[in-house]
Structure formats: C-alpha cells, structure tokens
Design a protein around this ligand. Structure first.
Ligand SMILES: Cc1ncc(COP(=O)(O)O)c(C=O)c1O
Ligand SMILES: [Zn+2]
Length: 403
C-alpha cells in the first residue's frame, strides 16, 4: 500500500527540480527547496472520509507528508492539538469567533515538534547520521530530542539568552550543545562553517526541505477541525516564517485537492517591534526583507533579524490579502496575562503577540466583528517562567489571612 505521494523537490525561485531520494539542502540558486506531491493521483485516491478512523497525530496526513517508508517515522505522539474557542478574551477584544490553536501541548512544549518529527523522520530515511543547526531555543530542543530518538547525532548552537529550559532540553538529550554570545544569525554562521568543513547535514531553518512539511500540518489540522471550512484570518508569530509558509502551502494543497472551497484565509505575520523586518518589508510592499540590526524582544522565538524564506512569507501574505504587524513587548506581556486570566491558558510570549495583534487589527477595523479568526499559540508559557512579573505576597508561618 502506497502511503506518501511525494514526487520531487522544486525551487520556488528558479523552478529547478531535485529528487527526494538524495540529500538536498538549498537550490543551486540559493533558494530554499519545497516538496511537491503527485496531486493528480492523490485527488483520485485520497478523500477526507479516510481520515475518520486514523490516529490523532500529524501522521494521519501521511499521504501529504514526505516519509515513504512508515518504518522511518520517528514519533513522540505529536499533532492534532486542540483548536479551542476563546470566547472570553474574544469578547474582550470584540471578536466573538476567536479560536486558539494551542501548540503548547505538543512534545517539547512547542510547535517545533512538528517540524522535528517530520524533518528527523525524513533524515533517517535519507541515512543521515549527524546533523547541525542554529536555533533560538525551541527548535533546537525539539530536534535534539527527536534526533536522540532516531539515533542521529546532533550539534546545536543557540544564543546565550535563549530560554534556559531549551538549553537543558538539548543538553539532556546528549546533543553537542554550544552557546553563542550573539544572535541566531551568529549561530547560523558558525553552523554553516561546521557543515562545510565536516559534511554534516544542515538542519538550519529552510536549508533542509522537510521541516516545513511538518509545520504544514497546522494548516491541515485547522481545516479539518473546522469541517473543511476555512477561517477568515489566521495570525502567526513570525520569526523564520516556516510555520506561515507551511500553513499557506497546506491550504493551497487542500485547494488543489478540492477539499476546501472559496477564498484562503488572510494570513497575518505577527512580529515584535524590536525585530520586525517582515513588517517593514510589507509596509514598503517589498518582495524581501532587510537585516534588522540590534534586534531584541522577550518573544525570543521571533527574534530573527533576517529570514532565509522572507520572500515566501511575504508572498503568502500578499497573495491572501493578509498583512504584517508588530507588537511591543509591554503589550504582548499584558496580553499574555489577560489570556491567562480570562481563558486559563498560559500561552508563550510569541503566542501572546498574536492575541495582541488580533486586538490591534480589530481596533483598526482590519478584522471584522463577525469574522472567524484563528491565533496560533506556538508554545507553552511554562517554558518561559521569567516573563512573568506578578508580585506574590509572602506569609510568615502562622500568619492569618483576612479578606
Ligand atoms: C514559540 C515560537 N513561536 C514562533 C516561532 C517562530 O517560528 P517560525 O520559524 O515558524 O517563524 C518560534 C521559533 O523559534 C518559536 O519558538
Ligand atoms: Zn533555484
């Protein structure tokens, strides 16, 4: 029984094609490569009804994933996270139809588990024995742990300021972990040199084509969970932008298969005011972004001064009639507290930024009151204990409380 309908890799810039049997990184033109499927065969033999009895994980979409032999699947039970109504915060910001896709429930506490599960599984299928990657924390944690499960050696380099827990997740997995006194872009340069010198598999964002396929499953799940109807707007916290590119790719594939109809949701790239290269490019209607100097934000995962796939993020935003918007740290931390108080959800700072962006876009009228709006909470708030600054009273033993 054939599972995956993967056909080849293609370059979105120069349209060169590559096979999926060999290891490929970037196109010779320097662009990231994307995965193509045999959509004609898929349309004939794959239908939503086939999903009904499948396991609630991202592997339920195996036909649209690149792993050919299911023996190579490396899983920690990732996927099918809840798409939760958030009526109280929705009412507070006058978007009653607000929904949160909560990725904090995934293994390793962030949506990076999706990219790691599919990326590592495909790396195993390709015979990779050792990989290297730069990270802002969560991706490194996920890849280090999934690599351990796949018996693949890993080297991970992250900024010293990355959330401490992600450092510990890498360290305990047996990964070769290094910290860099700088940003993810500095870590990236060291990894590039290491890869060149020792021929390691480069698992940097978009330098291997398969992580995006894992992240794409966020889009597949949102559509399935809404009964193959699409929301009006999806807001995504954008660093490297892989999640947004993946969601767009998923929705296009579903459109090609005829599983969804009508207009695609307006995709919103949410960034932090201290690191907003995509927003600046969108405001100037540019096709690509420029390096953002001295970037800084508490939403560490979206501190990416220049994304390799910036042109793909911007293309997805333009083609869906979406927008890009930045939020300052104070507003996103205030929103994080509001979401916890009103919904009982402790979202990560990056996820909080998407709620704050929905509020801002509703205030400006860009989002209408009756629209179905999905915000992505990309990780668990418990991974970032230091962002909470609520004062807690300390009692002496035997002290009586009055109310
Ligand atoms: C919690 C969280 N949200 C969002 C992002 C940004 O991800 P992407 O590369 O898909 O833009 C990251 C990346 O590190 C992250 O850790
Ligand atoms: Zn190319």
């Amino acid at each position: 029984m054939k599972h995956s309908f993967v056909s080849h890799l293609f370059c979105p810039k120069c349209n060169a094609h590559y096979n999926t049997e060999d290891k490929h990184q970037l196109c010779i033109c320097g662009s990231p490569l994307l995965v193509a499927y045999d959509m004609e065969s898929l349309a004939l033999s794959f239908a939503p009804s086939q999903l009904r009895d499948r396991e609630p994980s991202l592997w339920r979409y195996r036909e649209l994933l690149p792993v050919i032999d299911q023996e190579h699947v490396v899983t920690l039970g990732e996927g099918f996270t809840p798409l939760l109504p958030t009526p109280s915060i929705g009412k507070d910001m006058h978007i009653p139809g607000l929904l949160m896709k909560d990725e904090g429930l995934l293994p390793t506490g962030s949506f990076k588990a999706r990219g790691a599960a599919v990326g590592i599984s495909k790396a195993k299928e390709l015979g990779v024995q050792e990989l290297a990657m730069p990270t802002n924390g969560n991706a490194g944690a996920a890849w280090a742990l999934y690599a351990a499960r796949a018996k693949i050696k890993s080297t991970v380099i992250m900024p010293v300021d990355a959330p401490l827990i992600t450092r510990n997740e890498c360290a305990i997995s047996g990964s070769n972990l290094y910290l860099v006194n700088g940003l993810i872009s500095d870590a990236g340069r060291i990894v590039a040199d290491l890869v060149k010198s020792y021929g390691l598999y480069d698992a940097s964002t978009l330098k291997e084509p398969y992580r995006i396929e894992g992240k794409k499953t966020m889009g597949l799940e949102i559509a399935e969970q809404l009964g193959w109807k699409l929301p009006d707007v999806i807001l995504y916290p954008t660093g490297g932008g892989v999640g947004l590119i993946g969601i767009y790719k998923a929705l296009k594939e579903l459109q090609t298969l005829g599983w969804v109809q009508g207009q695609l949701p307006r995709l919103v790239a949410v960034q932090a005011e201290g690191c907003a290269p995509i927003v600046k490019a969108w405001e100037n209607q540019e096709k690509a972004s420029e390096f953002w100097p001295e970037s800084k934000t508490v939403a560490f995962g979206i501190n990416v001064p220049k994304a390799l796939g910036d042109f793909l993020v911007l293309d997805a935003v333009y083609r869906t009639g979406g927008c890009a918007i930045s939020i300052n740290d104070e507003d996103l931390l205030r929103e994080q507290q509001r979401v916890a108080e009103l919904e009982g959800a402790f979202v990560c700072p990056e996820g909080a930024a998407t709620f704050a962006a929905a509020r801002k876009l509703r205030q400006s009228g860009w989002i209408g009151e009756d629209e179905c709006v999905v915000v992505l909470n990309t990780g668990a708030g418990i991974k970032y204990p230091d962002t909470v600054n609520v004062k807690v009273p300390v009692l002496e033993p035997g002290e009586r409380l009055t109310r």
